[in-house]
Design a protein around this ligand. Structure first.
Ligand code: ATP
Ligand code: MG
Length: 580
């Protein structure tokens, strides 16, 4: 059996990464792996492990789906099994080809491959229809003429049994005849349904003669107008799993009550029977995690699209600067359990910070520029100073950073009248410019309105590179950019999309959109970066010293780089004493 190959990242890397959880060297286990271990021990399915990831192409994937993807594909990697990508496309009204494309791109980007095993529930429409005919012949399904409201009224409640449909005992040959005519398009949309004949008094409402086919004239993104009846999810899903010989069908907890139905269909039809196992869905603080709600944000113009860097979608996270590795590590860290819980967004941020710390080259960029004129520095001179690209990675080497008489620093790195704990620049005070010199502030120059427009400073030529030969210390090291050689840059800063940690499922009558954060996006159009940024490509990562990790946006151009802040830094090195 072949191990799925991954794009870009080899399975071995993923496996090693999965072992990296905290400091334990063991692969991470969970209750699903325990079940699988048992199954393998008992020789179930001849030790074969086959999972699937079954998205409905009705929106972009979000970080919750990433949990399911990492779980399903991760298990296939860990057990040398297989994992299929299957589109659960039984709702033509909401599904679109563009979502199929986005989903495939995102799963690939996360580092997983399904080789040629890309399947669609719609590929099985004919087979599903055939099994429905079998159920009818066995007296296990009937055509019902009740409309959807009537079916609901007959369904009963959690405490009351349902009522049987007056059509429940229609003879099999009549059911067969009408069902075929349903397929042939003889009846109006919604006029009839095919229902499983199970038990209207079951304690589990899902077992009260659920609908398995509905009449719906919708053009399907794959089958076009070939069908005017479509199977329901519960019916299509278990049979699709069975057709693909899935051994372990992993789904989220809300399907627990559907499991008896999953089992019922497969037992009645008498086909290969995968085991459904439920796990808790991922909830993340300060965001919502449902394609339906995310679509509302897109359609309502609350964000700029599915890939808006504030969105919890894979595409949004990618544009924001998240790496596949950081998302896989996150999914591993949160683990897989049976109980619902909400994970703190801070954990996701921690994971990307940790990853980018290793790989992102450092550069200096000033977001809120304040000009400094170094009075004793020669006019018309530009020095090229050496700067370390990544102190975490020696192989990243060094680069040259231009230094000149006029430079920019961050506006809030200067205070005219600093409080006690402010160690950065102030009148009369000496600080270090990273990789450059010690400078001392002589004077703050103001305009008519009393606003500071520039600082006049002096430098000590003996401190070139950032160290004083006489050993004197400074309390702050600031980043800066030459005012002679820089590139003007647009920088987009993001905060949580919502002001509440749990904007969803509230009991006070408000809804998630009431908690949208009006300050979730701040655009700074006049930032100054080291000139080297002009050769950056969309998707490239940087650490802007002291400011965070940033990623080049697709709207970026060499003339005008545009960068998204992925995440802030945990701490600044403003207080660092040594020069690197
Ligand atoms: P949504 O409500 O966001 O549309 P869904 O469950 O309807 O989610 P599907 O496309 O049907 O979306 O999901 C594909 C797979 O991803 C399913 O197996 C589903 O259980 C899983 N999944 C969806 N959301 C989450 C989540 N938040 N955490 C873990 N798994 C999830
Ligand atoms: Mg769904």
């Amino acid at each position: 059996m072949s191990v799925p190959v991954t794009t870009g990242v080899q399975p071995l890397h993923i496996r090693e990464e999965l072992r990296m959880r905290d400091d334990s060297s063991k692969p991470v286990s969970n209750f699903i792996k325990h079940i699988i271990d048992e199954d393998i021990k008992n020789g179930k399915n001849d030790g074969r492990i086959h999972t699937r990831f079954p998205p409905e192409p009705n929106g972009y994937l979000h970080i919750g789906h990433a949990k399911s993807i990492c779980l399903n594909f991760g298990i296939a990697v860990d057990y040398s099994g297989l994992c299929n990508l299957r589109f659960d496309d039984t709702n033509p009204d909401r599904e679109e080809l563009k979502y199929v494309a986005a989903i495939t791109e995102d799963v690939h980007w996360l580092g997983f491959s399904w080789e040629n095993r890309e399947y669609y529930a719609s590929d099985y429409f004919e087979q599903l229809y055939g099994y429905a005919i079998e159920l009818i012949k066995k007296g296990r399904a009937y055509v019902c003429d009740l409309n959807s409201d009537e079916i609901r009224q007959h369904r009963g409640t959690l405490t009351e049994a349902g009522q049987e449909s007056p059509y429940r005992n229609r003879p099999a040959d009549e059911n067969l005849d009408i069902f075929m005519r349903m397929r042939a398009g003889e009846f109006e949309d919604g006029a009839r349904t095919l229902r499983a004949k199970i038990d209207m008094s079951s304690g589990n409402i899902n077992m009260r003669d659920p609908v398995i086919y509905r009449i719906q004239r919708s053009t399907h993104h794959r089958t076009g107008d070939q069908w005017c009846i479509y199977p329901m999810y519960d019916y299509a899903h278990c049979i699709s799993d069975s057709i693909e010989k899935i051994t372990h069908s992993l789904c989220t907890l809300e399907f627990e009550d559907h499991r008896p139905l999953y089992d019922w269909f497969l037992d009645e039809i008498g086909v290969f029977h995968p085991q459904q196992i439920e796990f808790a869905r991922l909830n993340l603080s300060y965001t919502v995690m449902s394609k339906r709600k995310l679509l509302q944000l897109v359609n309502g113009g609350h964000v700029k699209g599915w890939d808006d860097p504030r969105m919890p979608t894979i595409a949004g996270l990618r544009r924001r600067g998240y790496t596949p590795e950081s998302i896989r590590i996150f999914c591993d860290r949160i683990g897989v359990a049976k109980a619902d819980s909400t994970v703190d967004m801070a954990l996701l941020e921690y994971c990307v910070r940790e990853d980018l710390n290793k790989r992102a080259p450092r550069i200096m960029t000033v977001l809120h520029p304040l000009k400094i004129v170094i009075l004793n520095y020669p006019h018309d001179t530009i020095e090229e100073l050496d700067a370390v690209n990544n102190p975490e990675d020696e192989s990243a080497g060094t680069r040259k950073v231009p230094f000149s008489r006029e430079i920019y620093i961050e506006r809030d790195d200067f205070m005219e009248d600093p409080p006690k704990k402010f160690f950065r620049l102030a009148p009369g005070r000496e600080i270090r410019l990273r990789y450059a010199y010690f400078i001392t502030c002589e004077k703050a120059v103001k305009n008519d309105r009393g606003e500071i427009v520039e600082l006049h400073c002096t430098y000590d030529p003996a401190t070139r590179g950032g160290d004083a030969p006489d050993g004197r210390k400074v309390k702050a090291t600031l980043h800066w950019v030459s005012a002679e050689k820089f590139i003007q840059t647009e920088v987009r800063l993001y905060s949580h999309l919502f002001t509440e940690a749990e904007p969803d499922s509230r009991k006070d009558g408000t809804e998630f959109r009431d908690y949208l954060n009006p300050e979730s996006l701040e655009v700074l159009t006049d930032c100054y970066a080291e000139p080297s940024l002009s050769s950056s490509k969309p998707g490239e990562h940087f650490q802007f010293e002291r400011l965070g990790y940033f990623c080049v946006d697709p709207e970026s151009s060499p003339e005008r780089p545009v960068l998204n802040r992925t995440v802030t830094l945990r701490d600044t090195w403003a207080k660092i004493k040594n020069k690197n």
